[in-house]
Each structure stands twice: as structure tokens, then as C-alpha cells.
Design a protein around this ligand. Structure first.
Ligand code: NAD
Length: 423
């Protein structure tokens, strides 16, 4: 399909895996790689599906389904988060593992991409049920993960506590403590300073850089953030502290809007551990309305397929920086690019999380820990370099930022599989 061809709404592809495969194909072909490289990289090299029992608090046993996908290990071990969510599917986990490869490629981290997910709703489970689920999942995937094979991290509805249980379970199985098995851990167990805010910090750096190239100042810029979890809530705080006006935020249950700017500090204090806060308010708007608000900067920080051909034409933001993975369909990306909206794609926008996860793993391997300032300085350096590389590629080749990011991100892996003689 040509760059500018816009599909009708009913033909829009909402399947994240085939959407990803399309863009990988285009990126590899623009880089001059043949069909064999695409054939190898279009799917993860390994996907494990597991079913495992968990004893619930009432004494019954529930059987859960989970996945772990490893895209490609030609560069180094695979790396990526684990999500607990009722809508997890095998295709989603596969696509997410490919996106991790692209992120690691853009930031030049010595990893391929991995991802895991369990179909469950932790909001309806007790603390101890979540612990038993986390431990059982690690036992189920233990054969294919490890500090030099595949290193998990948090994602949607998993956090540092879940990482702590997973680390403990893995260390029991291996009979020695393995802090480098997993990242996003609590500090007391070998976590890195600055990891909890790293995704949001990276998004904030991209917003600053994008605003700069668009000639927009952050002071009083109107910002809308969809999702108020780990990524969205800290981002709202960083934007607020930078002098921008956060006029809208949302969670799974609705959205809040105030054209004068919301009181982010108070919302942060009142949100629960799943990033829910709107339930405490009466005057809410819908997530659909939130995305279409008049604003300068829009940050989707919740789930996939939020900006589609259904609403892309109504989006007013000048800059979209994707904190969530896959919030914009490929077709909507093209429509917005035609309108002149600058989209900083997920594989660049939210890469601060995996960058500081890499720093955490390096610190664990060295047994030597950095100050928060050192972490922030190194993150700043890598994010700015990544943004510049992708932006310059997009400008030089007259491409949207997403395609440019995929070209930058897949290049090293395509080179590696050829050098290893795999294709
Ligand atoms: P989280 O679970 O902490 O928060 C998710 C937020 O999205 C919550 O506020 C939730 O209420 C909201 N939400 C869920 N469903 C929604 C819906 N249908 N409409 C609107 N809001 C909804 O998750 P997180 O860690 O902040 O991750 C959010 C996104 O960022 C995901 O796409 C994730 O893959 C991506 N991401 C996160 C990190 C990280 O380090 N946390 C790193 C990279 C990418």
C-alpha cells in the first residue's frame, strides 16, 4: 500500500499483529532487505502458551492461560514486560514482543524483544491470589526465561510487588538469588532508582523535543492524558511541573476535564494502585470525548486502538506522543500525518521504561548501583539521541515518524540475523 492511501473505516485493520507485520515489511523493504529477512522477523521465534492452576482464597482452583513471546535473540537476550489483563491474546503478546525489539533497536540496547501476558483481572483478585498467580506463571514459563535468556518487567496491571514475587519464585527454583532475572523490582531487591518514573520521563523528553521542532512552548500548552496508571499519572505530573496545563485525564471508567487545568497533585494522591481516580467524581466525560478535546498535546497512556479511523479526523492535538503501546492504528497514523499532526510513535515515545530496565539489569550484573541523577542523565542522553535519529530519518526520507522509527529499530536486527548466517 502506498504511503498516502487512506483506507475506508470498515477496512481498517485493528489486529495489532498483522498491522505490525505490514510496517515491518515496509521498513525492511525500504532498507533494502529481501523477503527472507521479513519471513524470519514477522513473527516471534518462540511463543509459549501455558495453562496453570491457582488456588483462590475460597478454596476453589481456577485455571489461567498465559503466554510468553520471544521475538528474536540475534542481538542478545529478549526483554519485555508481563501484563495481567482480561483482554490479553496470543496475537497481542506476539505484536508487543516485536515492538520491544524495535524499541531496543532504536535505543541501541543489547536485547531483542519479549513480552508476556496472563488472561486475568487482578482488580477482582485479592493480594494473595495475585501473588499465587504471579508465582505460578513464573513456574510455568521458567524453562525459557532467565537473566541471559529473556528478562521480564512490569506492564499493564503488574507492578514492582508482582516483580518481587516473580523474582523470589525464580530464585527459589534456581537456588540462588537472581536479581538480574527481572527488572522493575523494588529498590530493596536490586531495583534501579528512577525506574518507576522512567517511562513517563522518557515521554516527557519526547514531548519537549517534539514541541521544539513544532515551534510550540510547553508553558501553558494544553495537555490531555488518557490513562492515569504508571505511565500516564507521572507524565501528567511532569507536564504540570513543566508549566503546561493538564486539562484532561482519564482511566478505564471515564475522564476528567477542566479547561483551567486539573489539580494533578491531588489526583495523584487519590488514585488507586490500578490508576483509577475518576470514580471519585460526578462530572466526568467519556474517553471518546477526552481524545477529541481541543488541546495542543495528546498522550494516549492506556491501551491499544484508541485512535482509529472512527475518531482520527476529530483529533485536534498538534502533537501526539504515544505512551501506551499501539494506541493508534496504521491507517489513523496516515490520516493524522496528512493533517500535519506530529505523532511520536510508541516504540520511541515509551522507550524510557526499557532503557531504565536495561540500566537496572546492568547495575544488577555489576553489583554496583547508580544515583538517581546518574540514571536520569543517561536516560536523557539516550532519549534525545533516539528522538534525533528517528526525526532526522523521517525528515530525510519524507516519512511519518512511525515508519522512520521502525526503519531505525529493525535495521540492527536485520543485520545481525544476516551476519549470523540465519538468512
Ligand atoms: P497501568 O495499569 O498502570 O495503567 C493503565 C491506565 O489505563 C489506568 O489508569 C487504567 O484505568 C487505564 N485504562 C485501562 N483501560 C482503559 C480504557 N479502556 N480507556 C481508558 N483508560 C483505560 O499501566 P501502565 O503501566 O501505565 O501502562 C499503560 C500503557 O503504557 C500500556 O500500553 C503499556 O504497555 C504502556 N507502557 C508502560 C510502561 C511502564 O513502564 N509502565 C512502559 C512502556 C509502555
Amino acid at each position: 500500500m502506498s504511503q498516502n492511501e487512506i483506507l475506508p473505516k470498515d477496512k481498517e485493520n485493528l489486529d495489532v499483529l498483522s498491522g505490525t507485520q505490514e510496517i515491518i515489511k515496509e521498513a525492511l523493504s525500504k532498507l533494502g532487505y529481501g523477503p527472507e529477512v521479513y519471513e524470519l522477523l514477522k513473527e516471534p521465534m518462540r511463543t509459549l502458551a501455558v495453562r496453570f492452576p491457582v488456588r483462590m482464597d475460597d478454596g476453589t482452583v481456577k485455571v489461567f492461560t498465559g503466554y510468553r513471546a520471544q521475538h528474536n535473540d540475534s542481538i542478545g537476550p529478549t526483554k519485555g514486560g508481563i501484563r495481567f489483563h482480561p483482554d490479553v491474546t496470543e496475537n497481542e503478546v506476539k505484536a508487543l514482543s516485536i515492538w520491544m525489539s524495535i524499541k531496543c533497536g532504536i535505543a541501541n540496547l543489547p536485547y531483542g524483544g519479549g513480552k508476556g501476558g496472563v488472561i486475568c483481572d487482578p482488580r477482582e483478585m485479592s493480594f494473595r491470589e495475585q501473588e499465587r498467580l504471579a508465582r505460578a506463571y513464573v513456574r510455568a514459563i521458567s524453562q525459557i526465561v532467565g537473566p541471559t535468556k529473556d528478562i521480564p518487567a512490569p506492564d499493564v496491571m503488574t507492578n514492582s510487588q508482582v516483580m518481587a514475587w516473580m523474582l523470589d519464585e525464580y530464585s527459589h527454583m534456581r537456588e540462588f538469588d537472581s536479581p538480574n532475572f527481572i527488572t522493575g523490582k523494588p529498590i530493596a531487591l536490586g531495583g534501579s532508582l528512577g525506574r518507576d518514573t522512567s517511562t513517563a520521563r522518557g515521554v516527557a523528553i519526547c514531548i519537549r523535543e517534539a514541541a521544539h521542532v513544532k515551534g510550540l512552548t510547553l508553558e501553558n500548552a494544553r495537555v490531555v492524558v488518557q490513562g492515569f496508571g504508571n505511565a500516564g499519572s507521572y507524565l501528567a505530573k511532569f507536564m504540570h511541573d513543566a508549566g503546561a496545563k493538564v486539562v484532561g485525564i482519564s482511566d478505564a471508567y471515564g475522564a476528567l476535564y477542566d479547561e483551567r487545568g486539573l489539580d494533578i497533585d491531588s489526583l495523584l494522591e487519590r488514585r488507586d494502585s490500578f490508576g483509577t481516580v475518576t470514580k471519585l467524581f460526578k462530572n466526568t466525560i467519556s474517553n471518546k470525548e477526552l481524545l477529541e478535546l481541543d488541546c495542543d498535546i495528546l498522550v494516549p497512556a492506556a491501551i491499544e486502538n484508541q485512535i482509529t479511523m472512527e475518531n482520527a479526523d476529530n483529533i485536534k492535538a498538534k502533537i501526539i506522543v504515544e505512551a501506551a503501546n499501539g494506541p493508534t492504528t496504521m491507517e489513523a497514523t496516515k490520516l493524522l500525518a496528512e493533517k500535519g499532526t506530529l505523532i511520536v510513535p510508541d516504540v520511541l515515545g515509551n522507550s524510557g521504561g526499557v532503557i531504565v530496565s536495561y540500566f537496572e539489569w546492568v547495575q544488577n550484573n555489576q553489583g554496583y548501583y547508580w544515583t538517581e541523577q546518574e540514571v536520569e542523565n543517561r536516560l536523557e542522553e539516550l532519549m534525545v539521541r533516539s528522538f534525533e535519529t528517528v526525526y532526522k530519518t523521517a525528515q530525510a526520507r519524507k516519512l511519518d515518524m512511525r515508519l522512520a522509527a521502525y526503519m531505525v529499530g529493525i535495521k540492527r536486527m536485520a543485520e545481525a540475523v544476516e551476519l549470523r548466517g540465519w538468512v
